[in-house]
Structure formats: C-alpha cells, structure tokens
Design a protein around this ligand. Structure first.
Ligand SMILES: [Zn+2]
Length: 156
C-alpha cells in the first residue's frame, strides 16, 4: 500500500497509549520526495523541542515506517528500517516514551546489539550494527512501526 504523505497532516500533538491508531502496522515508504523530507524535519523539531530520544512517525499520526533517534549527541533518521540480526545477550535499561505517561515508564530488556538495514531520506540503502544507547532507542522506535509500546512489556 502506498500512502501519500502530502494528504496526511502531521500533528504537533503526540498520540498517547490507548489510541488504537498507535497499534497499527506502519507502511513502507516508496517515494523519497519533498514530503518525506518535510516529515523528517518536523519529527526532528519535535524530538528537539521535547528533548526526547526518538520518535516514530505514527506517534504524530502518520503511519509510515520513518523514525528519528538521538544518542551520543548525534541524530539519525531512518526510513523503512529492518532489524536483521540481534545479539543473544540482553541489557535492561529504563525507557521512556512520548506516547506513554511517565508513571508507566519502565525498565525494558532488549538485545544489547542489533544490526539494522534502512534507507535515508533520499533512498540510499545503509546497513550498520548498533550497541548501547543506539541499540536501545532504535529498537524502541522500530517497535512503534509494528504497533508495539513499552506498556506491552512486563517491567524487567
Ligand atoms: Zn516510544
């Protein structure tokens, strides 16, 4: 299925857990156009304004496979990210989420390392391994693309 980004109004408000919209599977991006660039710019602004670690497009009402994330003072936007491999060793850390009230933030167990394939905003393909804070935030945001929230996980 193809979604026309220009027909979707990205919201400034963040959808909160309980909204059925957040539970759908976001669709792949097929067009790497100005609308995609504008969406990513908007998402980066929200992450900066909210001092968040990351954001998935669906959290602002746009159900496409786009995430932005920050760690180690750097930022990364990923289009159509796929986790291709995870390390069979887990790490437990506290996680927050703009779509979840702070009272429900929790420790989450995740693979300590993962390999991800993705495209950038002009469609170039990338593959890289991530660990530490990067592995955590990227796995969290990619969960959103499949409708999964930290509240689905038992506190670790
Ligand atoms: Zn989140």
């Amino acid at each position: 299925m193809e979604i026309s980004l220009s027909s979707l109004k990205a919201a400034h408000a963040i959808l909160m857990d309980g909204a059925p919209f957040l539970r759908q599977r976001s669709v792949e991006i097929e067009k790497f156009d100005d609308d995609l660039a504008a969406l990513v710019r908007h998402m980066i602004e929200i992450v900066q304004a909210r001092r968040a670690r990351g954001l998935a497009a669906i959290q602002i009402g746009v159900p496409v496979r786009v995430i932005v994330a920050t760690a180690d003072g750097k930022g990364l936007a990923m289009v159509n990210p796929v986790i291709t491999r995870t390390l069979n060793r887990f790490a437990v850390e506290m996680e927050g989420c703009l779509s979840v009230p702070p009272s429900q933030w929790r420790k989450v167990s995740r693979p300590a390392k993962c390999e991800i394939e993705w495209q950038d905003i002009i469609g170039n393909r990338h593959a890289e391994g991530f660990s530490g804070a990067w592995a955590r935030v990227l796995q969290h945001e990619i969960d959103h693309l499949d409708g999964t929230l930290i509240t689905d996980r038992e506190p670790a």
